[in-house]
Every structure is written in C-alpha cells, then in structure tokens.
Design a protein around this ligand. Sequence first.
Ligand code: PMP
Length: 316
Amino acid sequence: WSVKGGWHRPRVQPYGPLSLDPAAAVLHYGQEVFEGIKAYRHADGSVHTFRPDQNGRRLQRSARRLALPELPVPYFLQSLTELVRADLDWVPAGDDQSLYLRPFMFAKEAFLGVRPAHKVGYYVIASPAAAYFKGGVQPVSIWLSENYARAGKGGTGAAKTGGNYAASLLPQSEAYEQGCDQVVFLDSDGNVEELGGMNVVFVHKDGTLVTPESPSILDGITRNSILQLARDRGHKVEARGVTLAEWRDGVASGDIVEVFACGTAAVVTPIGTLKGASFEDQQPLGDLALSLREELTDIQYGRREDTHGWLYRLDA
Ligand code: PMP
C-alpha cells in the first residue's frame, strides 16, 4: 500500500532476524516504543481487533515522548490489516485464543552520541497466543516493590517504551523470589501506580470503582473499556491518587470489597494477595471482576453486541 510523509516501502515478509548496525541508537539509548494488541476470531469466522485506534494514538504519544516520529493512525491500522490478511489462518479460533500483534518502532540510525535519531524502523510481528490462564482465571499474588520504581515524574512512565520494562525486570524477579506472580509499583508521590504490565482497579462497598491516576502511569485501554462497561451498569468511577494506606485500610475495614488488575494479555484478573517486606494481606474476592471480564471478552469475541463500536474488522 502507499504511504506518505517519509514512511516508505511497507511490506509483509516471513518472520526472521533483523540486521542492525552495532551503533544503532536503539541498542545504546533505548529509543523505541511499542504496542500490544490482539486479533480475535468470531464464531462466523470473521476476524476483529479491539479499539486499535486507541493503540495507534498511544503509540503516537509514546513516540512523541521518545523523540520518535508519529506514525499516522491510518498507517498504523493498515499495518495491522495487511499483516493479518497475509494469512488469516494464523488467527486461532477458540475461547481466549487470539493472534497477538506487537507493533514497534525504533531508532536504526548508527552513531555514538546522545541525540534523537533521524532514521527509524516500524515493524509489526504476529504470534498466536493461547489462553493466558489455563483451567480458568486465577487470582494473582502481587509483591509491593518498595525499593524500586518503574518510572518517575517527568520520565517515560506514560509511554510504552522498553526502558520502563527494563526498570521493572529486577523488581519482577524479586516478586518471583517472594513467591508472587506480579509486582506493584508506587509512583514518585508514594501512591499506588500499576503492575509491571497491568493497571489496578479497586471496588468499594458502595459500588464505586477507583483506579490510580498518576503522571507516570500507562493509560491502559483495557482499564478504560472495563470502567466504561462499569459506568454503563451504573457504577460510579473515579481516577485519582490512591495511597498504599488507603488500599490496606480499605481492605482491613471492608470498604474495599475487590481488587483486580487488567490489561490486554490477562484481560481482567482478581488480585488474591498483596505482599510486602513486612506484611501479607489477603484481598477480598468478589464477582464484579469476573463479570466485567466476561462482558468484555463477549464483545471481543463477538458473542455480545458491540454497542460502543469498539471492534475493528481486519479480514474484510
Ligand atoms: N500498564 C503497563 C505497564 C502495561 O505494560 C500494560 C500493557 N500494555 C498495561 C498497563 C495495560 O494496558 P492495556 O490495557 O492497553 O493493555
């Protein structure tokens, strides 16, 4: 297809290694951004993705923060469509299965010296993904990272860029050593931020859903969608700073009745345990997380009407 504005030579090619100059800026300064998105096969065989315009716009915001060029959203959408249409058989059918798409952009220009690169590459890789939870959704246990942050005020936390994930790898292995599945980060004000790859939502006794807002959080598309579905059901929704004390006291007093995490990979998953260096709190489990999860996946897999116009057809 044709592209303008400095973007050129788009093509679909077999999966294989990239060739990079050893001085390519991405290898030294981490100038790169990416997205994660899934393609779903419906019972009638058609193939859809979910709110890809939101991923396209987030990729642009990430690119701006990393001094990379902004790929126009129509090109972003076309890159997904062309790749998936190259061989639709790669999109698996079945519960919770999908074709995972990973668009990414990085600095290819070769030089040693800290400045934004002028030559960049944009790619999309695709890989069939099995259900995240085999044998049903399991509550996750999370480790509170008190020594490490994934991002700071004015940093790159709100961008989907490798550096944030690099910063989360050591705390993630600390979480594993502590017998936990995931790590939860605090922001630079000490408020609850997010997990390594998922946002957090608290359900209060009066039905209000509260999700942390912070200058360094990744604004998740799953979170935004789940909160919209909750609003549709009449729940009040708040995005604001949440202190660790509010979380722990809320659970202890019974004001918080459910805590869940959400993101493209795991969709929605209840949080079962919050563990820190000096405490271990069991989290209350309720029905709302799983019922919102079902509603969202029903829309994604075409089992329920898409009243918000969130689906984007890829195969036709
Ligand atoms: N936070 C982080 C750090 C993430 O990597 C992700 C996954 N993209 C999310 C939250 C959830 O975002 P989304 O719902 O758009 O997948």
